[in-house]
Write a protein that binds this ligand. Structure first.
Ligand SMILES: [Zn+2]
Length: 570
């Protein structure tokens, strides 16, 4: 039994994510985790919410809540939606957990001991009224470029010019409105990535099997300009993990926290500690420590392309720099972007479908199937309602759903709700078994390499084989002249439904469970031997005709949804 550690990039806490976010990490990670479990492998699948940083503070202030309370609430909201999409995390943790506090401080302490952290003095805007340094987004003022009065410290929303807070005319604090801002000296910690550059480069060069998308982004950051730069890992903020050297105070760093991008990936490890502390597991070290049993673990990460630099450079720099035997990632699966109907998803303009809205209009499987079968792997992909309607109606309703419905209903009308006895399989049945065997092997090959679209195409092709068989064998005609032969055909077809339920489970878990329930079986063992798997349900086995597995999306619904999610005009 192989052991698979699987993590999805952790979604930021400030709001509900859209379908593009879902297909960029959590959903394909879930597909892969479900597949590995179905193959009998041991899996630890982790995700969490990413809770620190200025955007969380700002979102909490906007909601009129203390930031800790806001994050706790939003974590519950995201956890509930994840359940709705059947994301099968072994644990959905929080980067603000005590476990992550301790582990982040541990890494910083070890890195400092090894000479990989240096202190840098910077000048930053300070507000005596607020008694704190102000991050760029906490400062507003008049844009020196266009005169817009509410330009932010990092960018003017009116003319889009990138700004530095010192550029602003009449700068003021977003918190208090205070205008007595001054530049003050402040100290920050930098992770000396430049010292670990060669080690990281060698490590990435050894990953010849990684997707080009992943390695090209990593190499660009390693080689462009002056190469890999040291990176600030602290901020003058209240909300975050206090800067400490292990359990010890860090002189000069009082009141500062670690930068969210330093602590967020460490949460992958801390999340497994949360998993143990929640009573769901008993040993996290055998997944993460190569000196404690993790040598045989295969670790796969899933993420959108914007997260690749942090996962190929910053986090490995932390791990490698520590000199401790932590498990490094074996395979990074990255994704391009999903666009929405000719543009981008936009939270501020309410454009596109967000995860909670999606579940309000259709069950999870419909979305899972479309998103996964159109995953933005080799290039950006686009969601359109026409494509969604076509894909659901054809693939799910006409091909898979219709097969299950026709076979079970025909059986009920001629033989009753029981697997019929009699007859012997002929050449056409042998052909179907051979074709399905080949297709299942192809599907396994793609799934093992997390090739999401190719896996979906192979699965769909397996569904099509059943329909083609049914068309050619035509048991409704056979029955008129040779009821025994029709019985053999239907016995096989009923077993094909069970086979579909088993192999489709990673994509459409609810439909899979529904079909197995209707077939009155709990046998969901993987078809290592497809011929044997197609003899699982014996003659005399009772079943019930399943409810409609997938319904069709009407043109009226499509037009209605298209309008509803188009967003406000600019
Ligand atoms: Zn401007």
């Amino acid at each position: 039994m192989a052991r698979h550690l699987i993590t999805s990039a952790i979604p930021y806490i400030n709001g509900i994510k859209h379908l593009g976010n879902l297909v960029g990490s959590q959903l394909p990670a879930d597909l892969y985790a479900r597949y590995q479990r179905a193959r009998g492998n041991e899996v630890l699948f982790l995700c969490a919410t990413d809770e620190h940083g200025t955007p969380a503070e700002l979102a909490a202030a906007k909601a009129g809540k203390p930031v800790a309370e806001y994050c706790a609430e939003m974590h519950e909201v995201q956890a509930r939606i994840a359940e709705g999409f059947r994301l099968s995390f072994d644990h959905f943790g929080r980067s603000s957990s005590p476990q992550n506090h301790a582990l982040t401080q541990h890494f910083a302490g070890v890195l400092a001991e090894r000479g990989l952290i240096r202190e840098v003095s910077e000048r930053q805007m300070y507000s005596p009224t607020d008694g704190r340094f102000l991050p760029d987004r906490y400062i507003e003022g008049t844009c020196p470029n266009c005169g817009f009065e509410d330009a932010r410290g990092d960018q003017c929303d009116n003319c889009t010019k990138q700004l530095d807070p010192v550029d602003l005319i009449n700068p003021r604090s977003v918190i208090s409105g205070a205008t007595d801002l001054e530049m003050r000296e402040t100290k920050h910690l930098f992770l000396c990535q430049s010292q670990i550059k060669t080690e990281i480069e060698d490590w990435i060069d050894s990953k010849s099997d990684w997707p080009v998308l992943t390695t090209s982004i990593a190499k660009k950051w390693l080689q462009d300009g002056d190469g890999l730069q040291d990176r600030g890992i602290t901020r003058d903020l209240d909300w975050g993990i206090p800067v400490k050297k292990g359990a010890e105070d860090w002189p000069g760093m009082e009141g500062k926290v670690f930068y969210v991008w330093f602590d967020a990936p460490i949460e992958y490890i801390a999340c497994s500690q949360e998993w143990v502390d929640a009573g769901k597991g008993d040993d996290w070290e055998r997944w993460w420590r190569t000196d404690k049993g993790a040598e045989d673990v295969t670790y796969t990460q899933f993420m959108g392309k914007d997260n690749v630099p942090f996962h190929t450079l910053t986090f490995p720099a932390t791990i490698l720099g520590s000199g401790e035997p932590w498990k490094l990632v074996d395979y990074i699966k990255s994704f391009n972007y999903l666009n929405y109907d000719g543009g981008q998803f936009s939270t501020s303009r309410g454009r596109g479908v967000f995860m909670d809205q999606a579940l309000e209009i259709l069950p999870a499987d419909y979305w899972r199937w479309w998103l996964l079968s159109h995953a933005p792997e080799s290039s950006d992909a686009e969601f359109t309602w026409e494509n969604f309607q076509t894909s659901v109606n054809k693939d799910l309703a006409d091909v898979l759903g219709n097969f299950a419905s026709r076979v079970t209903k025909f059986c009920r009308s001629k033989f009753g709700e029981v697997v019929p006895d009699g007859g012997t399989p002929g050449a056409r049945e042998e052909q179907l078994i051979a074709d399905l065997t080949a297709k299942v092997r192809e599907y396994e090959e793609h799934m093992a390499h997390a090739e999401v679209r190719k896996s979906a195409a192979a699965l769909r092709a397996a569904w099509v084989l059943g329909n083609e068989y049914l068309q050619e064998a035509a048991p409704w005609s056979t029955f008129k002249t040779d009821p025994e032969a029709a019985a053999a055909q239907i016995r096989l077809a009923l077993n094909v439904i069970r086979l579909y339920a088993v192999i489709s489970q990673p994509f459409i878990p609810d439909a899979s469970a529904q079909l197995l329930t209707a077939l009155n079986t709990t046998d969901d063992s993987w078809p290592d031997d497809v011929a044997a798997a197609l003899a699982t349900l014996p003659a005399g086995h009772a079943f019930v005709v399943p409810e409609v597995t997938f319904r069709k999306i009407t043109d009226e619904e499509r037009e209605d949804w298209q309008q509803r999610f188009a967003g406000k005009r600019d």
